[in-house]
Design a protein around this ligand. Sequence first.
Ligand code: COI
Length: 362
Amino acid sequence: MTKFAVLKNVQPQPELVRENIKKDPGFGLYFTDHMAHVRYTLDDGWHAHEVKPYGPLVLDPAAAVFHYAQEIFEGMKVYRHADGSVWTFRPERNAARINKSAERLALPQISESDFIESIKALVSLDQQWVPTPESEADESSLYLRPFMIATERFLGVRSSHEVDYYVIASPAGPYFSGGIKPVSIWLSQNFNRAGAGGTGFAKCGGNYAGSLAAQNEAAAQGCQQVLFTDAAENKYVDELGGMNLMLVTKDGRLLTPELGDSILDGVTRRSLLDLAPQLGLQPEERKISVDEWREGAANGNIVEAFACGTAAVVTPIGRVIGSEFTIDHGEEPGEKTMEFRKTLLDIQYGRAEDKNNWMVRL
Ligand code: COI
């Protein structure tokens, strides 16, 4: 029995509207009919679990989240399989990560069961919003956005005694429009994303707010994403504005920056590292300097680069533009990049055996 009380939306969006949205949802533009919510207070802990109609929140203008950005979130997807059933991917990893983020942002821990139940309760009401993929290249899904905000009305700087947790859902197509075309990356010149002891590893809104000026710089240079280097030396690659980075070497290694204070422990990142041996690659998590990448791409030792994340899935990188150099990986997606993409999507959409038991039926 679920703890989540259900208050059904008596005015759901019409079926025709929903079906049209699912045909071409874009990313993060449309939302389903319901949202899950759990309230936290210092005295009562987590309580009042509910699923209710999706709609605006009424918050006090003095709520802590507006002033001190005490906020964290997650990104997950729901996939429809050929038999109509709906599944999500490694949700226990998102539950663990939201609690790591909560610890860093001084927000309360939420139990794995409340986290997973909130998703199940929402998806069971909004099942019809999960798109059906039309082909193997189609990556449409229902994107879930669990988030936690500090809602106490209080302007002193301390951790909030009142917190609200929500899950909203949005039918989603590819994060980058224009098909599976290699994207261009701008190497941030003026901004860093995270430093030692900071919040870089946490999935908190502040990290993304801090990336926007650099992301705008990238867009002004005609690039789709920004790449940050380490704050201490500006020497090693960290991560992209909203996704992790991976490189493939000619001698069969899959390189990615090692976890630390500044790298998000991406579920897609982890899964690709786990899948690497079956694709004939040796995973290697370590520091990677921009120079190593630049020289490797020039002398043929680094043959492919891609971005990965829940929203980005596996997106090939064609070019990296720095102030004094360009790294060129060509106009076409790399072979291993596309193999990773297919292997992962086949598991997620139930087209390949889920040997690792990553999929959870909702
Ligand atoms: C995700 O991949 O789920 C994220 O939260 C990243 C964001 C760029 C959408």
